[in-house]
Write a protein that binds this ligand. Structure first.
Ligand code: BG6
Length: 800
């Protein structure tokens, strides 16, 4: 009986072993920097963790180097591997020896080489009486090599039926959205999505991997805190001391390959587009019910991406350490006069337009050659308390007056290890006690302005390297730690427009290290971010330097016999905004409301932004907003004038919904169909709400062809007659338009025409000379019957 049960147990055991099977790991680029520093160690860890559980392994280091050279490098790397801290030296030597026995170097270049590898694996499996479970190919090679390798694996080295294939890929995954898409399509022709593991090693960092579980385990405490009502700002920071030629802090040789990579990518593509963006989504996403479901996490991430407000040039500041250009000239053999524009430092202000985060600044910042090496995510909460007693009586876990913050301290810095910190005056966090422990007190250590003792601070019980963790996740098919194609493309969609707009931007030079002083400090307001200190050369103008804006006063003159106000763009916009506000206040005082009709196009954007951010006395609650013209596209289309108004003004001010009057260009799911009578409907609305159909103020622009609103030359519609609102045709896309008619515009109490930029110079000169010829130049027909017309022109348009 006993023998029988032993036999059964033995059989079960053998069966389990058989089920687990043999795994081949092929490390491509096995002699490169990354492999030598992290990947071999990660594979060793995998072996230590899993070999005892019945799996069998072999590790094939591959590269293009000759077998002899490759073997030499690999032998050195294997010799330098380290065992977990508590392993006795003799045991460690034994384990390393076992691992070395299972590891080999081979040259993989041609399709035949891949086929030979496949045959070797099959022969080994057969000889050892094993079952093949799967193959992992880890691509630690530059992306230009991806396609060839992928083709070879797909055609000659896939495992047989019943065994899995997993390929791990290292960034960069493209240079912008288009190239990322191309690479994704190419890889997609060789591998299925499920087979690909795109690595972002920050997702393997213990603290980053803890963000979602932390939010999940502390739902109760965080539910009331994790939103715009309580969060003041979020900082996502990765500071480095090393320069761009170095892979990490540890010395590397040769490193010149890194400079050529860096010169092509720069800090935004190298760090912000991937590591910091991934962290941003982990903090900002709505928390899935089940945080361990990869699919749910991905869907919530994608939703967070969709809510990111588009970035503009003004959303970022760029820097470059002074020695960088020389480094590029030296290492990449560039001519003496070469100056690189590649940023090695960037700060970017991100906003998330959803109910949870609207208005909360997310600051992403990273740079090389800074004063310290540290990475963290800091969530700083608003402080609304007023404490009466003096500070000496404040107790860290009670005083609401002390700063309240949660910090995911990713690593390095003063603390020197990863940790999760929660201000004691917030709540005591819950973390899994098997893997996280309280950090021992460190008297004198201050973090983020407070002594360590002000925080509940937890560190991992066993610190693990990110690559070891990710390699283990590949083995366990934990796809939530990797970047899917959709996720990757969503990130590029977000970053590409900013990268394009910054392509020719000259970064601010900084000396590097502690000497940077305050040079890189930046501050934000609204959507914009700027260095706090003006560069010296602007503060002290040299001899003969050109006029600066402050050298000019706002100029008052006449244009077409009406008042003209001219200034530099910024002052002009400020003046126009002030005048609009004064008109609004006056109208509200007299009539209880203010009817303002606004045009679209690019010139008024700065005005909208000015009104949105600098005019707190504006009577928005009593303002009715109308459109002077509209393009026949849906209102949410980026081309729609209403959309411009929405993005740059409406979402920042409080105009009651019922006072907003978009033009009805999209009725019954059709655009500007005559039968839908949109123009008549708008005219009726104006007649019903605006006394005498006389707007308090109409803001117009002037096109380079002399058009205004959507009244175009050589098209008589809307120039005279009874109709208040008309459908017109534009010579430019989108061709169909809706516009206030000239007679309606001229009924206004006040009309302001805003003309900006050198491109308007020619038409401005021409129109100054012509008489009343609206058929040729519709703008010349603007002359209010009894109201006032004022021209606002910047110097470039007026003086050229
Ligand atoms: C890499 C970047 O992804 O991350 C490097 O390409 C950077 O430029 C590195 O140095 C930083 O990683 P870590 O783990 O040292 O913070």
């Amino acid at each position: 009986m006993l023998t029988a049960s032993v036999c059964v147990a033995l059989l079960a055991c053998l069966h389990a072993q058989e089920l687990r099977g043999h795994i081949s790991v092929i490390l491509l680029g096995a002699t490169g920097d990354l492999a030598r520093k992290y990947l071999w160690q990660g594979l060793f860890q995998l072996y230590l963790d899993e070999a005892g559980k019945g799996h069998s392994f072999r590790f094939h280091g591959a590269a293009l180097t000759t077998t002899e050279q490759g073997q030499e490098v690999i032998a050195k790397v294997l010799e330098s591997l380290s065992c977990p801290r508590d392993t006795a030296p003799a045991r460690c030597a034994e384990l390393k020896d076992q691992f070395q026995q299972l590891s080999e170097y081979r040259r993989l270049k041609t399709a035949e080489d891949y086929l030979a590898l496949s045959k070797d694996i099959e022969a080994w499996v057969q000889r050892e009486g094993l079952r093949e479970a799967g193959r992992v190919f880890y691509f630690s090679v530059p992306p230009f090599a991806y396609a060839d390798i992928a083709r070879n694996i797909n055609s000659s080295c896939r495992p047989g039926p019943g065994a899995w294939l997993r390929v791990a890929l290292e960034k960069p995954f493209g240079h912008d959205h288009r190239s990322a898409q191309q690479l994704a399509t190419e890889l997609g022709s060789f591998f299925q999505e499920d087979e690909m593991y795109r690595v972002d090693h920050y997702l393997g960092k213990q603290v980053v991997a803890q963000i979602l579980p932390f939010r999940d385990q502390n739902r109760e405490a965080l539910d009331g805190l994790w939103s715009r009502h309580h969060v003041d700002r979020v900082e996502i920071i990765m500071k480095e001391t090393v320069d761009a030629g170095v892979l990490t802090t540890s010395p590397c040789s040769p490193c010149s390959g890194r400079t050529s990579f860096y010169e092509e990518y720069g800090v935004i593509r190298d760090v912000l587009q991937n590591h910091l963006t991934e962290i941003l989504t982990l903090v900002a996403m709505e928390l899935p019910r089940n945080v361990s479901s990869s699919e749910a996490v991905l869907q919530h991430k994608l939703q967070a991406f969709r809510a990111l407000r588009g970035l503009q040039k003004g959303s970022a500041v760029l820097g470059q350490y002074q020695a960088y250009s020389e480094q590029v000239r030296r290492e990449l053999q560039k001519p003496d006069g070469f100056h690189s524009l590649t940023p090695t430092f960037a700060g970017v202000l991100v906003h998330i337009d959803n109910l949870r985060w609207e208005g909360v600044p997310f600051i992403l910042m990273s740079g090389k050659a800074l004063d310290e090496r540290v990475s963290y995510v800091r969530i700083l909460f608003k402080n609304q308390a007023c404490c009466v007693q003096s500070e000496k009586h404040w107790v860290p876990d009670q005083s609401r007056c002390l700063p309240q913050q949660i910090v995911f301290y990713i690593g390095h810095g003063e603390l020197g290890s990863p940790a999760v910190l929660v201000s004691r005056n917030l709540f005591r966090p819950s973390l899994p006690s098997s893997s996280w422990q309280e950090v021992a007190g460190r008297p004198g250590l201050h973090l983020f302005g407070r002594p360590l003792s002000d925080y509940y601070a937890y560190s991992p019980v066993r610190e693990q390297d990110a690559y070891s963790i990710l390699i283990s996740h590949i083995f366990h098919h934990r796809k939530d730690s990797f970047i899917t194609t959709e996720n990757l493309l969503a990130s590029w969609v977000f970053w590409t427009p900013l990268l394009d707009s910054l392509a020719h931007e000259v970064p601010r030079l900084y000396p590097g290290g502690a000497e940077n002083g305050r040079l890189l400090d930046f501050e934000f307001s609204g959507n914009n971010l700027a260095f706090s200190q003006q560069p010296l050369e602007q503060l002290v103008p040299g001899p003969g330097s050109g006029p600066t804006p402050s050298d000019f006063q706002v100029l008052r003159a006449k244009y077409r016999e009406s008042p003209l106000i001219s200034a530099w763009p910024e002052e002009l916009i400020a003046k126009l905004a002030d005048d609009i506000e004064a008109t609004a206040v006056q109208a509200v005082r007299r009539f209880g409301k203010f009817h303002l009709a606004l045009s679209g196009g690019s010139s008024p954007i700065a005005l909208f932004q000015q009104l949105a951010t600098g005019h707190y006395g504006f009577p928005w609650a009593h303002t009715h907003l109308w459109l002077a013209d509209e393009r026949c596209v849906p209102l949410w289309d980026p081309e729609s004038n209403f959309q411009g108004l929405q993005v740059h003004l409406l979402q920042h001010v409080r105009v009651p919904y019922y006072n907003i009057h978009p033009m009805p260009v999209h009725l019954r799911q059709r655009l500007c169909a005559e039968e839908d009578r949109g123009a008549q409907v708008y005219a009726e609305e104006i007649s019903a709400l605006v006394a005498n159909s006389s707007f308090d103020l109409v803001l117009l622009g002037m096109g380079t062809d002399g058009h205004t609103a959507s009244l175009f030359p050589q098209s008589p519609t809307g120039l005279d007659g009874e109709q208040l609102v008309v459908l017109t045709k534009s010579p430019f896309r989108p061709y169909q338009r809706m516009s206030l008619s000239l007679p309606l515009i001229n009924r206004a109490r006040k009309v302001a025409v805003l003309v900006m930029g050198r491109m308007k110079r020619e038409i401005a000169v021409l129109v100054s000379r012509v008489g009343h010829e609206p058929r040729k130049w519709p703008i010349s027909g603007v002359l209010p019957d009894s109201g006032q017309l004022v021209w606002y022109m910047d110097y470039e348009a007026f003086l050229g």
